[in-house]
Design a protein around this ligand. Structure first.
Ligand code: ZN
Length: 234
């Protein structure tokens, strides 16, 4: 059993447990308990948790340990509003630059997103849809903003994983395509406008599901596959 366990497979099992609501937002993740659970070293558990931290599923609090993220509605709003400023700025700044290579790379990324929407789990598709924005900053040559966008998008990845339907994910992907098409046509102003609208659409789709949405729990139950990870003991 322990032979085919690695940090990535542990990370996947923890994500599955979060999605199946066996681990709740804000819940503490004990390194020792997870290590015993998977019969692996704490070092391997820590590596898995660091992968999950990079993907926005868990956070570490100094001296207190690891927790499943629990972003408040206010924090999410803040992250989306920061993204509107940063990403509109990136697109405005790209005006008049040669973008062929960036456009090719972004189109490849969108193809990956489409494949994930068709075949992969909710966590993978939420990650890839968020990563489009990181990729955009990278392709436009803003290395520092790559880290900023990774951080900002990670703050809402868990919410997107839990509440964004496959249909909404497909719409997001189509909006990415429209942004890239505007860039390709040299219409930076339109790309910028489409980006601002797109971020607003994503924000609204998550808000509806997290606040009201009487059918959200039912939809969650319907979309989540059962998983086998026993609840981590504290
Ligand atoms: Zn997007």
């Amino acid at each position: 059993m322990a032979t085919d366990v690695n940090p990535t497979s542990i990370a996947e099992r923890v994500v599955e447990a979060i999605l199946a609501q066996k681990l709740a937002p804000g819940e503490r993740l004990g390194e020792q308990a997870l290590a015993e659970n998977f019969a692996v070293s704490r070092t391997m558990v820590r590596e898995a948790l660091m992968q999950l931290q990079a993907r926005g599923f868990v956070e570490v609090q100094s001296r207190r340990g690891w927790y499943v993220v629990e972003p408040s509605a206010e924090e999410a709003r803040d992250a989306f509003s920061a993204r509107r400023i940063v990403e509109a700025g990136i697109l405005a700044e790209s005006e008049g630059r040669p973008l062929q290579k960036a456009i090719r790379r972004l189109r490849d990324h969108i193809a990956d997103e489409r494949r994930a929407i068709e075949g992969a789990d909710a966590a993978t598709r939420a990650f890839l849809l968020a990563d489009f924005h990181v990729c955009l900053a990278e392709q436009m040559g803003h290395q520092l903003l790559v880290d900023v966008l990774r951080d900002l998008t990670a703050r809402t990845t868990l919410a997107a994983t839990l509440y964004q339907s496959r249909h909404e994910a497909g719409q997001s992907c189509a909006e990415h395509g429209a942004i890239v098409a505007a860039l390709e046509a040299g219409d930076t102003a339109r790309a910028r406008q489409l980006m601002i609208e797109h971020i607003g659409n994503v924000e609204r789709s998550l808000e509806v599901e997290t606040t009201a949405g009487p059918d959200a729990p039912a939809r969650l139950r319907a979309t989540l596959a059962p998983v086998a990870l026993p609840r981590a003991r504290r």
